[in-house]
Design a protein around this ligand. Sequence first.
Ligand SMILES: Nc1ncnc2c1ncn2[C@@H]1O[C@H](COP(=O)(O)OP(=O)(O)OP(=O)(O)O)[C@@H](O)[C@H]1O
Ligand SMILES: [Mg+2]
Length: 302
Amino acid sequence: MNNAIEIRNITKRFGNLAALDNVTFSVPDGSVFGLIGPDGAGKTTLYSILATLLAPDSGRATVAGLDVIKDFKRLRSAIGYMPERFSLYPDLTVSENLHFFASLFGVRVEDNFDLIAPIFGQLAKFPHRMAAALSGGMKQKLALSCALIHRPKVLLLDEPTTGVDAVSRSEFWEMLATLKQKGITILVSTSYMDEAERCDRIALINKGHILDVDAPGKLVDKTGIDIYNASAREMYPLLQAIRNIDGVKDCYTFGATLHLATDKNFNLENAIGRLRQEGLTDARIYPAKGNIEDLFIKLAKE
Ligand SMILES: Nc1ncnc2c1ncn2[C@@H]1O[C@H](COP(=O)(O)OP(=O)(O)OP(=O)(O)O)[C@@H](O)[C@H]1O
Ligand SMILES: [Mg+2]
């Protein structure tokens, strides 16, 4: 299998800060690949390099077999790039935006409309509405349509679901699955760890470093972290008490519960006994399955 994207030892500094530090990974042809990391991890910097808007200090990268430096002109037609911030022209209509992006690439909207028709959907009902007047989910669909209108081989999506409601987020991931079936390779970044599980493979990135790269299920399996959940009416005393229990390596809030990362010294019965002694009579601790977020926290702390 070929790789749609190859990134080899890419480093990019801003002053003293290494936004990307020796980043290496590849994205297999025809896959949905997630770049997963928190704010400031280096995601947008990497997208800027792959989209040929920024040159790396060192290292090399290719997209669709084209070098980001030597072949930058041809590369730009091979990619569809949806930047992190609103990429549309707010004072152009839905239809004008689409025609504008098509004209940039020298194609006609009609030629490739079949590709975007399932995404465009509802938008076709109000072609003359200003982009600025669209809802968040609709703006995102129009931006994706504009990024696809020249039928690129590789889609670069930088945090496409940030600030979008849960239903639109889920719909968006279904659209990506459909595009993948049409042979388009997708590199998508997100800080929502639950979205990681919808990718074929993911790279975990933090502070410019790649922490690990694999299929999401394999990543969680191979770490072997034991996770327990804990809850009680009074969460703060619970958190403090748990941090003093033998074998607890880390304890952090996770939605409405606490997650405990433990080692072999941890014993569930002893732990519960200890909480009772401390007066936390309603506290519960129970085994749970670790997920990408638990893994990320573990790797980032190492
Ligand atoms: N032009 C720049 N000049 C100086 N520092 C920069 C510049 N661009 C990015 N940085 C810094 O590089 C680091 C990586 O930023 P980047 O925008 O790539 O992260 P990100 O993963 O996209 O984060 P976010 O989730 O906030 O979008 C950050 O510490 C950021 O402040
Ligand atoms: Mg960013």
